[in-house]
Design a protein around this ligand. Structure first.
Ligand SMILES: OC[C@@H]1[C@@H](O)[C@H](O)[C@@H](O)c2nc(CNc3ccccc3)cn21
Length: 453
């Protein structure tokens, strides 16, 4: 099969299937303080020496804030019929609450209108990690007031864009927000405090429920939650490794989905956090129950897990599969894990509608030659994972769309610009866009199997 022939599933996805790409505000926009916007925790974090590789910042990023018209045209040239993006909260509410910055609302309204003119369905993420700095100064997600702040912000956007945007996501990856920002400290705001992290996770769940309720009140019908999911395969059939994999499964995959679907935390959370786990009342737990209208699945890889009492707080660690291919993030390439996790959702949570809201890979790209960039590894990753998604469809998973991560090479958080996930190259000097071979493959696959725009 040649690289150009999209080796896609034999059976086409259902009618209305979305073929998209995903980005987030701080990673692509640049101009973080333009037109009245306030600073976010990522603006502060990236400007703190030593926090981001090479001290890179999102001050320019992909310059999408200026180039958004060009980027919508690029999406149309790829044949996308959907685009997932996030709104920078501090562009809308520079102080996080109170005064609304009309220029911020105008930016996103123009973007949405341009997408719709091209027949591209917008999927709007309300929060993709960039909390307004002013709210972090008031306790951030650890504050009991944070769910109310978030619901008020969401309501402003529902009222401004609810007549144009049909697909909404409250939070992107509450697990990463919690673990990266408050447990391990490698992401903004850079805290390392287990008890605080458990409170933050609880407030994020309260915030999802509050923003879902305020969306219902505004007549919004499709509100989802995007979660990073990662199958946890035990390294051996020993009870110790089986238990370790079960703990890490609860910690990563069920910490947030069980509460929103069942109104309870996984039993292992008490074991993992010990005395740092708060004593939540029955009513506090029941209030977390807010089943999403769809689950956004962000899938990249799986983990093979071995018990390790020194690897806290879970007592488990990943075992690198040295004989298997890995991406530039050192994540194993394991497409079967996508099928497995989609079937797992189907069985555990009652076959809810699902979108793959992120799937992609960073690799060391070759330099372009004669206007062509041959990113063979990323193309192969994309092909194998589209096939994996097709296997899930054949198993009856209610899969409604696929969003490649990412449309553009962009700011990869604490890695800065050193890791590139884009289907489209962004030149580090002049930000010129160049569609890579993986982007061409995706375009051909959409032409061949998509319903078209
Ligand atoms: O790392 C690639 C992307 C990132 O650019 C997105 O903003 C974010 O939504 C995202 N989530 C994951 C998967 N989960 C993850 C796990 C541990 C640390 C960081 C991310 C990968 N990615």
């Amino acid at each position: 099969m040649s690289e150009r022939t999209p080796a896609m599933p034999t059976d086409s996805p259902p009618n209305g299937f979305l073929w998209g790409a995903a980005t987030s505000a701080y990673q692509i926009e640049g101009s973080p303080l333009a037109d009245g916007a306030g600073p976010s925790i990522w603006h502060r974090f990236a400007h703190t020496p030593g926090r981001v590789l090479n001290d890179d910042t999102g001050d320019i990023a992909c310059d999408h804030y200026s180039r958004w018209r060009e980027d919508v045209a690029l999406m149309a040239s790829l044949g996308l019929n959907a685009y997932r993006f996030s709104v920078a909260w501090a562009r809308i509410l520079p102080e996080g609450t109170g005064r609304v910055n009309q220029a911020g609302l105008d930016f996103y309204r123009h973007l949405v209108d341009a997408l719709l003119e091209q027949g591209i369905e917008p999927m709007l993420t309300l929060y993709h990690w960039d909390l307004p700095e002013a709210l972090d100064a008031r306790g951030g997600w650890a504050s009991d007031a944070s769910p109310g702040w978030f619901a008020d912000y969401a309501q402003i956007l529902y009222r401004a864009l609810g007549d144009r945007v049909r697909l909404w996501i409250t939070l992107n990856e509450p697990w990463v927000i919690t673990a990266g920002g408050y447990l391990y400290g490698d992401l903004a705001p850079g805290h390392c405090n287990p008890r605080e992290s458990a409170i933050v996770a609880h407030n994020l769940l309260r915030a999802h429920a509050a923003a879902s309720a305020s969306g219902r009140a505004e007549g919004i019908e499709r509100i989802g939650l995007a979660v990073n999911l990662e199958p946890q395969d035990p390294a051996s059939d020993s009870p110790e490794d089986q238990d370790a994999a079960a703990r890490r499964d609860a910690f990563i995959n069920r910490w947030f989905l069980d509460p929103v679907f069942f109104g309870r935390y996984p039993a292992q959370m008490q074991t993992i956090f010990g005395t740092d786990w708060p004593d939540f009342s029955a009513s506090e737990l029941d209030a977390l129950r807010a089943p999403p209208d769809f689950v956004g699945v962000n899938y990249y890889s799986r983990s093979v897990v071995r018990a390790d009492p020194t690897a806290q707080p879970v007592g488990a660690r990943r075992v690198r599969q040295d004989t298997r291919p890995h991406t530039a993030m050192d994540w194993e390439v394991h497409p079967q894990g996508l099928t497995d996790i989609l079937v797992w959702i189907q069985g555990r949570y009652g076959n809810p509608p699902v979108y793959i809201t992120e799937n992609g890979a960073a690799f060391e790209d070759p330099q372009p030659v004669a206007g062509r960039l041959r990113d063979r590894e990323r193309l192969a990753y994309l092909r194998s994972h589209l096939r994996a998604a097709s296997r899930a469809l054949r198993r009856g998973v209610d899969l409604r769309g696929y969003f490649a991560w990412s449309l553009l090479d962009n700011f990869e958080w604490s890695y800065g610009y050193a890791k590139r996930f884009g289907l489209v190259r962004v030149d580090p000097v002049d930000r010129q866009r160049l569609i890579k071979d993986s982007g061409r493959f995706y375009r051909d696959a959409i032409r061949r199997y998509g319903g078209g725009r």
